[in-house]
Design a protein around this ligand. Structure first.
Ligand code: DGL
Length: 264
């Protein structure tokens, strides 16, 4: 038993989709979430900036005595997870490998699409991992940069999101992909629009849900699960906490114990 918190971080609010998935499979844990809302988005920043920001957050979470860190951000997981892993001694889990494993297990025709930010797609982190497990897999990568501001605005359904999705998915439809990895924290909130545009023809892999299962298995293996009566979520953000809380509770989470501002 280990009642210390699990640290989770993201560039902003989107990583709460991963926290949501985590609370479903780990209902007795405490979560400390850091959203770098003052510096979001990371998806169009340089690797040097992403490394520096992520290290600052990781060090902050270590000071909070977390037992494990979950990197909810796909951009950070794609570009600097190895660097972070080599900098700390507690377990650190990113979202790429769990998403890859799930996609491979469900694809029937080995045509898998990866959606993500420019930085995630440019890094080809998902593509490399998919090909490593099965070189036969055809990987189709698509950056969907406009999805992030749409979700930040809470504009997840209707004509405009559908038109943008149609534009991005033109190729995927033609190439007959049967599995799509939602390789960005924000995209699970657009699931319904994505299903509508693709006419339910492809299965969607939510990297957050896949990651939550990996976290559960890892904690079990380490004998480090908590036994709280209910889950707890403390959020820390680098910009306005009230704004964050409002959007978080409207779109992603049912409860947050507290939200505070931090300077990193
Ligand atoms: N959290 C980022 C990701 O999952 C999306 C938002 C951003 O660009 O920072 O890639």
């Amino acid at each position: 038993m280990d009642n210390r918190a699990i640290g989770v971080f993201d560039s902003g609010i989107g990583g709460l989709t991963v926290v949501n998935a985590l609370t479903t499979v780990l209902p007795n844990e405490k979560f400390i979430y850091v959203g770098d809302t003052a510096r979001v988005p990371y998806g169009n920043k340089s690797i040097d900036s992403i490394r520096q920001y992520s290290l600052e957050i990781t060090k902050w979470l270590l000071k909070k005595n977390c037992k494990m860190i979950v990197v909810a951000c796909n951009t950070v997981s794609s570009l600097v997870l190895d660097y972070l892993t080599s900098s700390i001694s507690i377990p650190i889990i990113g979202v790429i490998d769990p998403g890859v494993e799930q996609a491979i297990s469900i694809s029937k025709n080995n045509k898998i699409a990866v959606l993500g930010t420019h930085a995630t797609i440019r890094s080809n982190a998902y593509g490399k991992r998919l090909k490593k497990v099965n070189p036969e897999i055809e990987v189709i990568s698509q950056a969907c940069p406009l999805f992030v501001p749409l979700v930040e605005e809470g504009w997840v359904e209707g004509k405009i999101p559908r038109q943008i999705a149609k534009h991005y998915f033109n190729n995927l439809v033609k190439l007959d992909v049967d599995t799509i990895i939602l390789g960005c924290t924000h995209y699970p909130l657009l699931k319904s629009t994505i299903h509508t545009v693709l006419k339910n023809k492809a299965m969607l892999v939510d990297s957050g849900e896949a990651t939550a299962k990996t976290v559960l298995l890892t904690l079990k293996k380490l004998n480090a699960l908590s036994n709280l009566t209910d889950y707890e979520i403390d959020c820390y953000v680098t910009d306005d906490p009230d704004l964050f809380n409002e959007v978080a509770l409207q779109f992603v989470l049912k409860k947050i114990n507290k939200t505070s501002h931090i300077d990193l």
